[in-house]
Design a protein around this ligand. Sequence first.
Ligand SMILES: [Zn+2]
Length: 389
Amino acid sequence: MNDREILDKYYEFAEQGRREEGIEFLEESIKNAGDNVSAELLSHAGEDILMYTEELEKGIEYFHRAIEKEPENPDIYWSYFTDLDEITDEYPETIDDAILCLTKIIEISSKIETVNTADDENEKQYDYIDENFDKELSIARRYRDLAAIYLKIPDYKKAEECIDKTLEVLPDDEYANSIKDKIVEAIGGEPETKSELCEVKREMEQEFYFIGTKDGFAKAIQEDSPYERKICEECGGVWITLLENICVSFRGSRKGNYYEIPEHFMIDSKLKGVLEKEQITGYELKDINFVGSYGFRDDGIQEMVITGRAGHLQKLNREEFEACSTCGRITEDIDELDGVGFDINKWDGSDFFLVDNFTGIPVVTQKVKDIFEKNKIKNIKFTNIKEFV
Ligand SMILES: [Zn+2]
């Protein structure tokens, strides 16, 4: 069995609610592979043992073996760190490893000259360094994580050194400013309360993004699904309503966490977990009919029906588009756009929403973009609506 097959089988166990057996199987496979075992399998075992069992030492040992195999692989350090980050309060003895992971990620990131693109299939691909990777930003954020860890020890001097590096790049970052305030307060100064100011500023300068999928990932394809078709008598616009759950097949093997077909959006179980944990609003979930999937495993993919709403799409200068007075469809040629806005007074405040007469592309808030980036959500592309062309 190769790694892919082993992991597939492991996930099969997990999906059937037999995680314990799955982990046993994974450990058995690692044992059988002997010295040839891959860093990926070791890191996977470490991750899930730390996440789902109480066997702290065992999980850590797998990660140490993975690091020994591939000491320059940022994915291993990142997945180890995200696990440790949850437990450093309870197990302070893990803090040293958390610091090691972040320091190594910063060191590796500093050396990166070019990022992976979907095209160079032959090169070793790191998830950490995908096409969204921004060297300066990424390093600034890892210094922020490091500052938060030093604050826990506490080592105020090191925490301050790190957070100052973050603030050079992200001077208005709310989280970084709140760490800085805590440090200043702890060493006996007066906090600048810049973090509160930032919050107000962020409310006022809220950014919104259209979301879409990327090239190089598996594609969702709509299969025949019963529908009802209505035609607007005034403008001839066609409106389709599905009568049953949508039928979807998938082509390609490189998995994402988000997929789309016109007017329908789908998410996998990882993304579902993130949305739930972060209490993201503006959507409901609906089952899909998973058909003819060409080697693609159903990772609990469901349709995300977007319930959040805002007013009409507007031009960047707040002018309205010409639209049908009966159905609201935009009748003006919108091929040449230079950024758009929407009637924000009618926005219901949801994190995910659709703009009234432009329902083909979901809109999300800055908060969603930040959370997706932090959780390394794959196959999702953000376009600031002000830059939409
Ligand atoms: Zn119409």
